[in-house]
Design a protein around this ligand. Sequence first.
Ligand SMILES: Cc1ncc(COP(=O)(O)O)c(C=O)c1O
Length: 417
Amino acid sequence: MQSKFDYNALLNEYNGYKQQELKLDMSRGKPAENQLDTAERILTVIQTNADCFSRDGIDCRNYGNLTGIPEVRELFSNILGVSPDEVIAGGNSSLNLMYDTVARAMSHGVKKGSKPWSKYDKISFLCPVPGYDRHFAICEYNNINMINVPMIAEGPDMDVVEMYIKNDDTIKGIWCVPKYSNPTGITYSDETVMRFANLKPKADDFRVFWDNAYALHDINDKADKLLNVLEAAKKVGNEDLFYIFTSTSKISYAGAGIAALACSKNNINAVLEGLKVQTIGYDKINQLRHCRMFPTFESVLEQMQKHLKIVKPKFVAVLEAFEKNLSGVEDINWTNPNGGYFISLNLPNGTAKRVVQLAKEAGVTLTPAGATYPYGVDPEDRNIRVAPTYPSLAELNKALPIMCCCAKLAIAEKQIR
Ligand SMILES: Cc1ncc(COP(=O)(O)O)c(C=O)c1O
């Protein structure tokens, strides 16, 4: 275990990097340009009026079909392992569907006759941490209190989750990224999924927000397998607890793909009550484009292989740099996921913010420290979400030694204080 550093040597190294005046961005989990290029065919699969009809004759240029054209519902049914009539295919963003689902619950409750969440004095969501900043932002914006739940190797600590949900009817929801979680890369174990499926919430209007954004996003041949939570929940009559989300943002185009919400028939009907007021129908031309580009589930899997080939070397570069520069350093560890878009780096307590600041001053933008926690506050100031996909491999290879130098320098600064 290395616990002592040579402050002056690290400062020299750091100043050398600073002089290079680099501008490198490792802050967001976005696909790189060449990943987006792999979906080029989507731009030309519809060219004429005659191309604009779904397989059963829906004119996709016109209003209607709020739940999505049949072939796109089928596409998502294959991605999520649900039946097509349990899918609402939406617009360009699953985050938007999540926001709308929370907003509808706030204003109208989760089903006909149930109390709007906004009418309670206080409601809370459980937030497995570290987690996805934009989930937390939805809660914060809607004045929903957030309670941290630790992520362990099998997913959220279910003892804590069950304790809250069983006993406290002010808990109305929980955010979950069950596969290749953002940012830990953890996939929930079968036992964790079964415990979710069997939850017995005290609140009768509690819901699980199951954001399966990375359902197909393997980076290794050794892919994780996620148990089907809706199927398991149905066996115990618990299917109404779940809203499942996904999108093609990291399959086709980020922000110009198709998003989907999958849930029980009861929930579909309850959601449609509000959705039919929100919109006459989503962009069916884009739905059709996606179905033409991906006529079979196999064609989606082929597309994911193209992403894998681009993304994997970047994850390898990060892991190798951490191994080379940070292994054996006391209180530093990182995740080594089989998929997703992130590596989660844990540093010694009280150093993450400083590392991000040092890196920024040396021209490397990292995700702000704290972003992976509700209210932007990492109580131990130790977690940094590393997003390897967007920079090129050459840029990454420049940025990583700087990031590792900043980590060691921040520790050395504390030691000399
Ligand atoms: C867990 C998770 N959910 C949702 C999103 C955004 O999805 P969309 O583009 O469908 O809104 C992201 C993007 O990084 C994410 O990491």
